[in-house]
Design a protein around this ligand. Sequence first.
Ligand code: HH2
Length: 398
Amino acid sequence: MWNPRVLALQSQAQIEAEMAAIGVDPLGARIMLPKSAFRAVKVEGLRSNAANIVKQEMLAKGGEAAIAWSSCIASGDTTDVLLLGTLRQFRQMILRLRLQPLGLRPLADELKRALERFDAVPRPITCGGKTFAWGSRTYVMGILNVTPDSFSGDGLGDDVEGAVAQARRFVDQGADILDLGAESTRPGHAPVSAEEELRRLLPTLRAVAEAVAVPISVDTYKPEVAEAALAAGAHLVNDIWGLRRDPRMAEVVARARVPVIAMHNQAVAEYKDLMGEVVAALRHSVEIAVAAGVREENVIVDPGIGFGKRREHNLEVMARLAELRVLGLPILLGTSRKSTIGFVTGTTPDQRLEGTAATVALGIANGADIVRVHDVRQMVLVARMADAIARGRWQEYS
Ligand code: HH2
């Protein structure tokens, strides 16, 4: 008769609204709210003695800290630590940790920053005259491949008029950004020289920049191509090597004061801790960008679906995409027509629309800010619907 229920509330704002509906005192709500959010936080490579102090402090606040057994009995050298607790327990533990020796003060600061960034909305950016207000909705990037050999068969080759028509169509269909690529990067692709890439890219880029008013990104990992493309009208750089392939790339981006998409990629698809390694590599990309003078909020991160990952890795990364929020930066997800979808659904690239739609909808629920797609018209609709459910502002639809 009391109608007990387990609530499926996704955000602090939704819990606050439940409290307000009950008639909770606002001050009381402020105290209770941090007890409503549970976090599991992993830290890597802590020395055993430091890990034991962290464990004590977390237990003292009513949370939990899982460490290696060898470190429990103090013989292990280092251990990873899985901290489990509410935001309130974390906050109290962090305050105590700041008073401890053994390098725990900087760890406390990093934990605080990680928890704050995870819940923060990234700062908006302006690019090519358009403001991207992250969190307000999902932005759709349309793929324009001026290649002869792209994996999904969408390559436009040297057909400038065809590319302009496609660009116009994408914008009419609701694309917020266009991504122009002149080198296929599918597994086993034939690399092309910077000269050949520019020969393919520049005529189309100039014509598309004339024809449409949305920002245009250039999909390249070569600094000379990025520089020439920015001079010819591109507004941002999409680097599938996350600024880690050529140190001059970060300098080009910094000089041009443009945003950059830093994608995770690696040569060998081997991982000990998949998400840990993806996040660490993206952190490294952000460090490279900032060290070269790029403003941190101008970095967009991307887990690189299909790059240096096997199918099971791609699926796990998509399921755990929200973990990238710890970087505090906008997240781009590029799943469109990719081979993992083909494997799961038993389809060829031209039959992967529904599978792509599933990845886009779930990607948005898991924190994607931009989706990079071939089928703009359909994915704009998928994004609008996923936004209406996942972004929690249902009243706007009343
Ligand atoms: N995927 C491809 C190319 N560039 N860039 C980002 N940031 N993220 C991605 O997931 C991504 C990317 C591969 O897709 P596509 O461009 O369709 O194929 P191809 O490289 O064969 O031209």
